[in-house]
Design a protein around this ligand. Structure first.
Ligand SMILES: Nc1nc2c([nH]c(=O)n2[C@@H]2O[C@H](COP(=O)(O)OP(=O)(O)OP(=O)(O)O)[C@@H](O)[C@H]2O)c(=O)[nH]1
Length: 133
């Protein structure tokens, strides 16, 4: 059984019902693909704390834990690890979203998500977002 990797991700939703996606920068695994902001849960961290930390680091926003609602999760066998990725939704945050790590950002309607190449783990998440919005 390959290593289980726990990654938390978030669909930020704006007042027009659009979802934020970020493009993975060059040099990283899966570079160029569009993903939901988030990252690995570090040892000793609660998942919601990892997510608020990643959102601050990547996007310069402050998110309260009460504003994170669980939506669904991805479970996907990559070659070298098995990804388990809870997806939260968030409609309320403090600050202005900016890409702090040089990543491109886009606000996209749920039905348009398929136009952006995403990691294979993410594809099954799209119908859940379409249903939600
Ligand atoms: N944040 C995020 N990660 C995703 C998504 N889909 C998906 O397969 N992943 C995978 O989950 C892992 C997330 O790791 P990460 O973003 O924290 O880490 P990273 O590869 O940037 O590495 P590093 O933080 O050690 O530099 C990566 O292997 C990434 O490919 C997604 O929608 N959002």
């Amino acid at each position: 059984m390959p290593k289980l990797l726990l990654v938390v991700a978030c669909a930020l939703i704006d007042t027009d019902g659009r979802i934020l996606i970020a493009q993975r920068p060059e040099g990283k695994a899966l570079a160029g693909l569009w993903e939901f902001p988030g990252g690995k849960v570090e040892p000793g961290e609660r998942p919601e704390d990892s997510l608020t930390r990643e959102l601050a680091e990547e996007l310069a926003i402050t998110v309260k834990k009460e504003c994170l609602a669980p939506l669904t999760f991805a479970s996907y066998a990559y070659d070298d690890f098995h990804l388990l990725m809870p997806l939260y939704v968030c409609r309320r945050w403090q600050g202005i979203v900016q890409g702090r790590e040089g990543q491109a950002l886009k606000w996209v309607r749920p039905k348009a998500l398929r136009e952006y190449p995403m990691p294979p783990a993410d594809e099954p998440l799209i119908p859940h977002l379409i249903d939600l919005l």
